[in-house]
Ligand binder design. Structure first.
Ligand code: F6R
Length: 268
């Protein structure tokens, strides 16, 4: 794992956006895996600004989101589709037909959504870069603790903790779904490259378990240890419980020096 510790959430956003921009400018047709939530919001803002400065284009991008609530009306402001429109899609030149979320259409059986989603990902050549946030309980996507590390896109019941933490997005009287359709852990691990973002002290335990804990279904993010190209981009607060924080900072310093000299190889 390439663990990058930076000073602030704003820097996480800038570095994350720079990584995405680098990929978009390198590949003609990029397939991005996208996350919602609080953490990537500032990174999307950076990407929109870069688009406005004409530094990048989303014209050749296909995107697959990690997850979507089950049972929300299409167009509901709390849906992850609405979030993506608001935070990114409405402000850049991405073709709406190339943006996918695991949404269950009216009349469709929820169990059909996952296999169809996986087939579409394969049809588009697989995900080049998967963006992830992390839950306080170590979830990635909505793969809650004890999710199979071999899981594929499917329906999941959210934990009470996740429901409580996302309750703030639902107004009084609005129904918060307890089910979601999420990429599985194995779906996420299929991506060519993974970028996990975490900011704030509330994520410090989860980051520690993901990076330094045992690979265990109790912390689904720990499965990322099995992937060859993962960057964990965190601010000081989210890194505050890492035992190896000094080592990670030292490695990062070396890596940045090598990069500035034009040397680049996979060091994860
Ligand atoms: C969102 C997602 C979740 C979030 C995680 C962290 O699509 O899949 O795993 O990344 O719950 O959420 P925030 O960033 O709101 O703390």
């Amino acid at each position: 794992m390439d663990v990058r510790i930076v000073a602030s959430a704003a820097e996480v956003a800038r570095e994350g956006a720079a990584k995405v921009a680098g990929l978009l400018n390198r590949l003609d047709d990029t397939v991005l895996g996208l996350a919602t939530g609080e953490t990537p919001r500032a990174m999307y803002r950076e990407l929109v600004l870069a688009f406005e400065r004409k530094e990048l284009s989303f014209a050749g991008v296909t995107s697959f989101n990690l997850d979507e609530y089950l049972g929300l009306e299409p167009g509901s402001p709390q849906s992850y589709r609405s979030y993506m429109q608001r935070e990114l899609f409405d402000h850049v030149d991405i073709d709406p037909l190339n943006t996918f979320l695991p949404f269950c259409e009216a009349g469709q059986h929820p169990d059909e959504v996952g296999p169809a989603y996986e087939a579409e990902i394969r049809r588009r050549g697989g995900i080049d870069l998967q963006i992830l946030g992390i839950g306080r309980n170590g979830h990635i996507g909505f793969n809650e603790p004890a999710s199979s590390l071999g899981s594929r896109t499917r329906v999941k019941t959210l934990t009470r903790e996740t429901l409580a933490s996302n309750r703030r997005y639902f107004g009084p009287g609005e129904t918060q779904p307890e089910l979601a359709i999420t990429m599985g852990v194995a779906t996420i691990l299929d991506a060519q490259e993974i970028l996990l973002l975490a900011t704030g002290e509330s994520k410090a335990d989860a980051v520690r378990a993901a990076v330094e804990g045992p690979v265990a279904a109790m912390c689904p993010a720990s499965a990322l240890q099995l992937h060859r190209r993962v960057t964990v981009l965190v601010d000081d607060a989210a890194a505050s419980k890492l035992e190896l924080a000094d080592y990670f900072r030292w490695v990062d310093e070396q890596n940045r020096r090598l990069e500035s000299e034009g040397v680049e190889w996979n060091r994860s």
